[in-house]
Design a binder for this molecule. Structure first.
Ligand code: IYR
Length: 224
């Protein structure tokens, strides 16, 4: 064990038999493979406690030096959602009409996206994830964070999994550029917008693109 003068506590990870382990891994894969990005949301409300638990799950992610370099801004206020939608659509309009390359637009065509983002008002909750490029101590001085993008990316993976496991849907929306979120949400100088996720129930009879996932052989190389 590593020698340290800091306290360690016992940890008893849950352990399954080999058979149970196989069943667990299979069941979790089957569940996660049902997840789809959804762009049409019901206006049906979702209790705040559900979102609190989802965020606590996200914040349980590992991070560089356990700095947890993230802030989850949670928006339900209709007026603020409208302002976010208006600002996002302004940027997206520019992106779809000149900023994105023809190749990029061609790659996006199967997803059926465009500059309009009604989900930013329809979804009962918007979670805007900010990464903290450094921490600010109580005396105002700066303290470094490490592997910030990796850490926040992992936390977002946990977040998306938690949303799916609760029977809700989301979408990883990356309006570009995203700095309007810093202004609208009044975020401090050490935070940068990372990802915007609308969260709620899928709209009735929602449809999604007929995407296929890469097979295991296409995404893995084995060195046994
Ligand atoms: N940010 C834009 C464009 C967009 C880009 C990628 I890469 C996508 O996978 C999907 C959309 C938008 O949200 O529409």
């Amino acid at each position: 064990m590593a020698t340290t003068s800091y306290p360690f506590v016992p940890y008893f990870p849950v352990q399954y038999t080999q058979e149970q382990t196989q069943e667990k891994a299979e069941a979790f894969y089957q569940s996660m493979d049902q997840r789809r990005s959804v762009r049409e949301f019901s206006r049906e409300p979702v209790p705040r406690e559900v979102i609190e638990n989802i965020i606590k799950t996200a914040s349980s992610a590992p991070s560089g030096a356990h700095k947890q370099p993230w802030t989850f801004c949670v928006v339900a206020n209709p007026d603020l959602k409208r302002q976010i939608r208006e600002a996002a659509e302004k940027e997206e309009f520019e992106s779809y009409n000149g900023r994105m390359t023809p190749e990029w637009l061609e790659d996006l065509a199967p997803l059926g996206t465009d500059w309009q983002k009604p989900f930013l008002e329809d979804a009962p909750w918007l979670i805007i994830v900010f990464k903290k490029i450094y921490d600010v101590k109580e005396d105002g001085s700066k303290r470094n964070n490490y592997y910030v993008s990796e850490s926040v990316g992992i936390a977002c993976g946990f977040l998306i999994s938690a949303i799916h496991q609760a029977g809700l849907v989301t979408l990883t929306h990356t309006p570009s550029p995203m700095n309007f979120l810093t202004k609208l949400l009044n975020r401090p100088a050490n935070e940068r917008p990372y990802l915007l996720l609308p969260v709620g129930y899928a709209a009735d009879s929602v449809q999604v693109p007929n995407l296929k996932r890469k097979r295991l052989e296409e995404v893995s190389e084995w060195y046994e």
